[in-house]
Design a protein around this ligand. Structure first.
Ligand SMILES: [Zn+2]
Length: 259
C-alpha cells in the first residue's frame, strides 16, 4: 500500500491509499475534493472508495463533490453517524471489513471526539488511520464523549502492534510535542522526536506517519504512569487525584485545551 498525505484546508490531511496491484485507490477523509481528484489523476489510479472517520465538515466536506465527479463511488462511514456523513453508501460498525482493490482493512469503533468515530486498520500493511482520535502527540477534544471513553478508545488503538504506522487527521504534532515537553522535560525519546518533527516542519514536510510505539513513548495522555508526568500535572492541577488515571487524563485534557 502507498499512502499519500494530501494537505486540506489549514492543517487537515486527506490520505490517498493506493493498491499498486490493481491501480485502485481509496481516500481517508476529504474536506476538499479538488486536491484529491488532482492526485488521483496524477497517479493514474481509479478512486473506488471514501473512508470517513467521523462527521466533522473538515473530514467529509468534500464527499458530495467526489461522488458528483465519480458516480458509483463507495462512501464508507460510521453507521452511528450515517445521518451526518454526506454521500454515505456503506454504513459500517465495529469489526466490519473494508476493501480497496486487494487491500483489506477493518473498522475499529473509537468514540469520544464524536459519538461514532471510527478508525480504519489494515493489519497486513500495518497501517492505521485514526482521524481526530489519536494524533501524533495528542488526541482530539471530547466533543461527544468523556475522558473515560477516550481512554478506552485510545486503549483499543495502542493494543495494536508497536510498529503500526499511524496516519492522523491534522498536522498538530509540533504544538502537541511542545505541550508534552513542558510536562515531561526529562523524556529522552520525546526530546529526540521533537527535534525530528521541528526539522521536518522547517522543510514544510508532514510529520506523519507516527507509530503506535512512538506514541506510547512520547504522548502524555498515554504516559499517565510516568512519575515525572504525574508530578507535573499535580503541580498545575493541585486537587487532581493522581491515583485515578481517568482524573489525571481529564486534567491533562483541560490543560491541553487551554495550552
Ligand atoms: Zn473532528
Amino acid at each position: 500500500m502507498d499512502v499519500v498525505p494530501i494537505p486540506q484546508l489549514a492543517d487537515n490531511y486527506a490520505y490517498l491509499l493506493v493498491d499498486p496491484a490493481t491501480a485502485t485507490a481509496g481516500v481517508v477523509d476529504c474536506a476538499d475534493a479538488g486536491p484529491v481528484l488532482a492526485e488521483v489523476r496524477r497517479r493514474g489510479v481509479r478512486l473506488v472508495a471514501v473512508l470517513a472517520t467521523h462527521h466533522h465538515f473538515d473530514h467529509v466536506g468534500g464527499n458530495q463533490d467526489l461522488v458528483a465527479a465519480l458516480p458509483g463511488l463507495q462512501v464508507f462511514g460510521s453507521a452511528a453517524e450515517a445521518s451526518r456523513i454526506p454521500g454515505i453508501t456503506r454504513p459500517v460498525r465495529d469489526g466490519d471489513p473494508v476493501a480497496v482493490g486487494e487491500l483489506r482493512g477493518r473498522v475499529i469503533l473509537i468514540p469520544a471526539h464524536t459519538s461514532g468515530h471510527i478508525a480504519y486498520h489494515f493489519p497486513t500493511e500495518r497501517v492505521l488511520f485514526t482521524g481526530d482520535t489519536l494524533f501524533a502527540g495528542g488526541c482530539g477534544r471530547l466533543f461527544e464523549g468523556d475522558a473515560a471513553q477516550m481512554m478506552d478508545s485510545l486503549g483499543r488503538l495502542t493494543a495494536l502492534p508497536d510498529e503500526t504506522r499511524v496516519y492522523c487527521g491534522h498536522e498538530y504534532t509540533e504544538k502537541n510535542l511542545r505541550f508534552a515537553a513542558m510536562l515531561e522535560p526529562g523524556n529522552r525519546r520525546l526530546r529526540e522526536k521533537r527535534e525530528a518533527v521541528e526539522a521536518l516542519r522547517r522543510e514544510g514536510k508532514p510529520t506523519v506517519p507516527s507509530t503506535i510505539g512512538e506514541e506510547k513513548a512520547t504522548y502524555p495522555f498515554l504516559r499517565i504512569d510516568s512519575p515525572e508526568l504525574a508530578a507535573s500535572v499535580r503541580e498545575r492541577v493541585p486537587r487532581v487525584r493522581v491515583e485515578d488515571p481517568v482524573a489525571v487524563f481529564a486534567a491533562l485534557r483541560g490543560l491541553k485545551d487551554n495550552f
